[in-house]
Design a protein around this ligand. Structure first.
Ligand SMILES: NC(=O)c1ccc[n+]([C@@H]2O[C@H](COP(=O)([O-])OP(=O)(O)OC[C@H]3O[C@@H](n4cnc5c(N)ncnc54)[C@H](OP(=O)(O)O)[C@@H]3O)[C@@H](O)[C@H]2O)c1
Length: 272
């Protein structure tokens, strides 16, 4: 299916699944804005994508950067048919510049604000879609501890916190679907597969090389994102979670109550 005349933003497209997603959308004729933390990182990807691609600077851990990035995009006076909230980190520890647990602040809070600031643009451009790249790790989370997510990462591995951030991605998409019902803007979340991207950069050699033998390629990792962003098959399936281009039941703790609660908290945290 041609994507001529369609405009997309892919966050975190300097490597891995995001880069492969941007490539696939551009190859099919879409205009793609990639986000990157610096122009230096964006440049090789832009060169590969060709003429109709552009770059937006975005550091998701800094809410001022998120606000500026959304403002920069709106100033371009472009439509927005697909927002792919792909950027993310796993297995790292710390706190974001804006004071959130590192994985939660980057993977959820930054994307929550970015999406909200682009909602009018998405509604104006409808039909339009929001795609949150979550993970099967979200099944490991038992809920969201709103006090813990305002503190530095507690675990040694950072993986329990990553699971919570990925649960937030699922719940955010579900709540967006409820709030955007009737607007022509639909929302999805997904697991991309276990992919040999740079997300494993903290795993030491030779374990990283061994693990990657059993993983799928970045191109395979992009498939479900592209499917959710473009396929007519899911045009009316707002709020659903996908794995390998198939709908799947998400974690049972992803309830409408959690969605409303997370939305209220996230709004409070990101109010300027
Ligand atoms: N790989 C897997 O097996 C797997 C499995 C399940 C889910 N996922 C999800 O897939 C998504 C893409 O990950 P990937 O595997 O492709 O990893 P990756 O190769 O490490 O790519 C992650 C991207 O996110 C960007 N990013 C990280 N922190 C950021 C921040 N604070 N602000 C802005 N951008 C930031 C990175 O930019 P820099 O280059 O500047 O760091 C990079 O472009 C993530 O959401 C991840 O949770 C991956």
């Amino acid at each position: 299916m041609s994507l001529n005349g369609k405009t997309f933003i892919v966050t975190g497209a300097t490597s891995g699944i995001g880069q492969a997603t941007a490539r696939e959308l551009a190859q099919r004729g879409g205009k793609v804005f990639i986000t990157a933390r610096s122009e230096e990182k964006a440049r090789p990807v832009l060169d590969e994508l060709g003429g109709d691609a552009d770059y937006l600077q975005l550091e998701l851990g800094d809410l001022d950067s998120v606000r500026q990035c959304a403002k920069d995009f709106v100033a371009r006076d472009e439509p927005l048919h697909g927002l792919i909230n792909n950027a993310g980190l796993a297995g790292q520890r710390g706190i974001t510049d804006s004071g959130f647990e590192l994985a939660f602040g980057t993977n959820h809070v930054g994307h929550f604000l970015f999406t909200n600031l682009l909602l009018d643009k998405l509604k104006e451009s409808a039909p339009a879609r929001i795609v949150n790249v979550s993970s099967q790790s979200h099944y490991d989370a038992k809920g969201i501890d709103y006090t813990a997510v305002r503190k530095p990462t507690k675990s040694i591995t950072g993986m329990p916190e990553y699971a919570v951030s990925k649960l937030a991605n699922v719940v955010h998409a579900q709540e967006l679907a409820r709030r955007l019902d009737g607007t022509g803007v639909t929302a999805y979340s997904l697991h991309p597969g276990v992919i040999a991207s740079n997300v494993w950069r903290r795993v030491p050699w030779p374990f990283d090389a061994l693990m990657k033998l059993f993983m799928k390629s970045n191109e395979e990792g992009a498939r479900t994102s592209v499917y959710c962003a473009t396929s007519p098959d899911v045009a009316n399936d707002s709020g659903k979670y996908y794995d390998n281009r198939k709908e799947k039941e998400p974690n049972k703790v992803a309830t409408p109550e959690l969605g409303a609660e997370l939305w209220a908290k996230s709004e409070e945290w990101t109010a300027s």
